[in-house]
Design a protein around this ligand. Structure first.
Ligand code: HEM
Length: 116
């Protein structure tokens, strides 16, 4: 089961790359908005994160979950996903939505890595 857990961690990193990459690639664009990479990356983070928690809590892998940290990450990703859902059909520029999604996603990286 460790192998499956590690595969899902890899998918979690691919979702992160898609979400933050979709944000960064528009940094110097005059028509910043929510692109497909950001929307699908947000969904990937939500789904893979929940699977990781499920696997860790199942007791079949040797992973400890900090429930407070995960709860904070979950709330942030729910906001990110809602903003991406709202913004994906809107005509760019949607600078406020783009900036909020990027800032919250990067905040989640800080929380994931620095919160011990
Ligand atoms: C924008 C959203 C997210 C980002 C950018 C993100 C980022 C990360 C990163 C960088 C790691 C590796 C941390 C390390 O190994 O030191 C990680 C691990 C993990 N993430 Fe996320 N994550 C997000 C959303 C979520 C959500 C919503 C959940 C659960 C509901 C979740 C659950 C986990 C778990 C269980 C791990 C492995 C255990 C740990 O190191 O805490 N993540 N995440």
């Amino acid at each position: 089961m460790d192998f499956i857990y590690n595969l899902v961690v890899i998918l979690h990193f691919i979702g992160l790359a898609s979400l933050v990459g979709g944000f960064i690639v528009q940094m110097s664009s005059p028509t910043k908005g929510v692109n497909a990479a950001m929307f699908h990356g947000a969904l990937t983070q939500l789904v893979t994160g929940v699977i990781l928690v499920g696997l860790a809590e199942s007791g079949t892998v040797d992973e400890e979950i900090d429930t407070t940290k995960i709860a904070v990450k979950l709330v942030i990703v729910l906001v990110v996903t809602a903003l991406a859902f709202i913004g994906r059909k809107k005509t760019p520029p949607q600078v406020a939505l783009w900036a909020a999604i990027g800032a919250l996603s990067i905040a989640n990286i800080f929380i994931a890595v620095l919160w011990n």
